[in-house]
Design a protein around this ligand. Structure first.
Ligand SMILES: Nc1ncnc2c1ncn2[C@@H]1O[C@H](COP(=O)(O)OP(=O)(O)OP(=O)(O)O)[C@@H](O)[C@H]1O
Ligand SMILES: [Mg+2]
Length: 112
């Protein structure tokens, strides 16, 4: 997605400490990252500073990946609903509200 983000003048910082082997379904993991990055892309669309940071930390058992953006943030009180299927705050026709629900399901089945 690098090119797509660059065209929108979004700074992307990838802060990965070191390479790590991960067990999981590559296609599902790709889906997870595409969904998170697409959400970050949309969130910074009207921000004066457009930046996304992807960082990861590794310990013996797991890799934790954080995707952060300089957008408006998740509205207070909606933190629990954003993973629900079809929950979206985007305009009609812009979002299906399935991204995070798929992401949540994939993360769980991948971890298992
Ligand atoms: N990075 C983010 N910043 C602010 N709000 C977010 C972010 N990511 C998700 N959200 C909120 O969570 C809602 C649900 O996200 P989700 O990815 O499931 O659906 P969507 O992006 O609206 O539509 P779709 O992913 O199907 O195109 C979004 O509509 C938005 O309100
Ligand atoms: Mg989405």
């Amino acid at each position: 997605m690098r090119e797509q983000l660059r065209l929108r003048e979004i700074d992307v910082a990838v802060d990965l400490v070191r390479r790590a082997g991960v067990l999981g379904n590559a296609i599902q993991l790709e889906q997870v990252f595409i969904n998170l990055l697409t959400n970050a892309r949309d969130a910074v669309a009207n921000s004066p500073r457009k930046a996304i940071r992807i960082s990861a930390s590794v310990d013996r058992e797991r890799v934790e990946v954080v995707v952060a953006d300089t957008g408006h943030g998740i509205p207070a009180g909606l933190e629990r609903r954003i993973f629900d299927p079809f929950f979206t705050t985007k305009e009609v026709g812009k979002g299906t509200g399935l991204g995070l629900s798929i992401t949540y399901g994939s993360s769980r089945s991948t971890a298992g």
